[in-house]
Design a binder for this molecule. Sequence first.
Ligand SMILES: [Zn+2]
Length: 364
Amino acid sequence: MMSYGGMRFLGGTWRPGYLRVDGGRPLGMHARPRGEVVEALLLPPLIDAHVHTGDTFLRRRFSMMDLGLDAAVGPGGFKQDALAGADDATMVASIASCLREAEAAGVVWAVDFREGGARGIDLLRRGREAAGRGIPGGAGGEGAAGLMAPHPHPCRVGVTALGRPTGGDLEEVLSVADGLGISALRDVGAEKARLWVRAARASGRAVALHASEGEREDIGTVLSLAPDLLVHCVACTDEDLGAIARRGTPVAVCPRSNARFGLDLDVRRMTKAGVTVILGTDNGMVADPSPLAEAAFLVDEHGLTVEEALALAENAKVLIPRFAMPIDPVAGDCTVVEGREPGEALSGRAIATVAAGSLRMYEV
Ligand SMILES: [Zn+2]
């Protein structure tokens, strides 16, 4: 018997808490430790609410470029061109390295907005398999993440695969994906989006979409699609945010991506309007897939307290039923990071996770 803990973040605040472990099995959260104690901070199970794993291989190249939002990730922009020109091996390695990075950052689940239609979803499946096997050093791509070496443990980050149709493969996408991760109404048009969403709902699939990232979009049209998750909403007015809050639609924000593209994210304005704000990490080529790094950025650059930033990580629990994730924070699923004082939570190294009741101890 052993225990991880000291302090646990729950319900937006810190309290004493210990994760008891016996023979590699997690025995839930307790107020007191039992057996040997590994000093640690117990955080909500980290869920990355918005990531594009596919473009991780472009990180080094992109870091040397100075492109605005549309030129970087818009239709016909750098990312779209590079993805279209990438072969399968590069894409698989890119996705696998992103998932490995996510795991190293303590992520238990990621919502991947996969480009490239049904083929894109198949590449994600293969990338997950490759991450699970441990991929051979230097395989494919540009080795952007530096995590391409063989790995002794299977990668256990769970993924919600959100696809987006390319041309005529809507039905095929819906047959292999968990749902739709639509670019934005201003890219695809409201009429097409409505058609897609109707088909997604008919096959019981979830729907998420980007909205008001660089420019404001009509929030009435966006909300008429009844999305399970919105992404960005940086350019929303207070009235728009109020409408989102009344619908109870969660919004994933990606602070480092927004900063990279010069977008004026204001998380406090969102929370004040009553919006449930969650952390995402956006493009793998822009930032590593670490919600804790996003939280730290909000503390350093936006003046949030550690607790305010961690509350956004905790908010991700609203996605669990929406995307049928087998994660149960109440039963003790969590991310364990090194540290004793709450202030260390955002810089602590992940040392264990519990997801779907299964313990993953990291190499220390
Ligand atoms: Zn995105």
